[in-house]
Design a protein around this ligand. Sequence first.
Ligand code: HEC
Ligand code: HEC
Length: 323
Amino acid sequence: MASMEFNKAAAALLSAGIAFAVTGIVAGVLVHPEPPAKTAIPIPNLTAPAAPGAPAAPAGPEPIAGLLAQADVQRGQQLAQRNCAACHSFNEGGKAGVGPNLYGVVGGPHGHMEGFTYSAALKGKPGPWTYDALNEWLYRPASYAPGTRMAFAGLPNTQQRADVIAWLRTLSPNPQPLPPAAAPAPAAPAQPAAAGQAAPAAPAVPDIKARLASADAARGEAYAKRICAVCHTFNQGGRAGVGPNLWGVVGAPHGHMEGFNYSAGLKGHPGNWTYAELDDWLRAPAAYAPGTRMVFTGIPDAQQRADVIAWLRTLAETPAPLP
Ligand code: HEC
Ligand code: HEC
């Protein structure tokens, strides 16, 4: 069963290539065979706030400010494709569906899409869409804006809301700054049992050499075409998108694409893209090159990083030797 799903996903990836990563709704369904925790369009008021493993949040939503810096943008993208894409588009200039296009919504006014017929309840809300406002809204839309036309029960899981909002933030040429992560909620368990597998700083992560030796480049390719292709091309001579073309990046100097306008933080990084440097970069881009323009939180899973790097290595006429 699982392998059938995988074959379907692999076939779809092969035939649709990079465009596939952009047709997010299909990718979200095919590449993530695990069934959605709930129906895509829950019926309002019928959903008990009981996401599996969610630390019961009775009153209002738990704050997310402290979670945003560590939020998982890819996870947020997947969640949005599963839960929101039935009604929303996300691309710049994208059309309205049942709901408005969401490009640039973070920091925008309530009812930010020109020409969309919003409910008075939502449109009448004062002020911009701050992170806190989005947190309340996505927790329970009907409570935030009684009379809203968004027929979506809400995302009761705090980490999921943070992930989705962190992803919405990237839908902008100039993403809003993140709130200072320094003020953690007093008793909040920093990482609420993140599906049991997270623990990125766990003691026994094998070094990049060992991980590369057992890396699965095909998995890395599938991942990169789903996640990184939103901003990068990979083919020889390919054009820049939001990010530079990545052909030949392994072993090349930082900021290797001629003509691409890199941040000083990245371009000024000394040395070349060794495997270890790529591993550091992809773990936490903003920590590796403060001020980087790559708006991507990183790949927390060490083996997944190695898979991606093992595939990046193949983007060369003569791939660099493995360590
Ligand atoms: C069943 C369709 C539907 C689903 C599913 C849905 N939305 Fe909406 N959304 C709407 C509609 C309709 C509106 C306009 C609401 C209004 O005018 O009251 C809206 C409005 C919004 C707005 C405000 C936009 C603005 O311009 O102010 C945001 C943000 C938003 N949705 C995010 C989400 C996210 C994130 C998800 C998934 C977690 C989601 N929505 C799921 C239909 C939907
Ligand atoms: C939201 C867009 C975006 C996503 C998603 C993204 N990147 Fe980037 N990437 C960029 C930008 C922009 C830069 C240039 C950063 C700078 O100048 O600070 C960059 C730079 C890089 C570089 C350095 C290239 C060089 O020439 O030095 C590598 C390597 C890279 N990205 C790999 C990846 C991988 C692998 C993924 C997926 C796991 C990924 N990126 C996801 C936008 C993105």
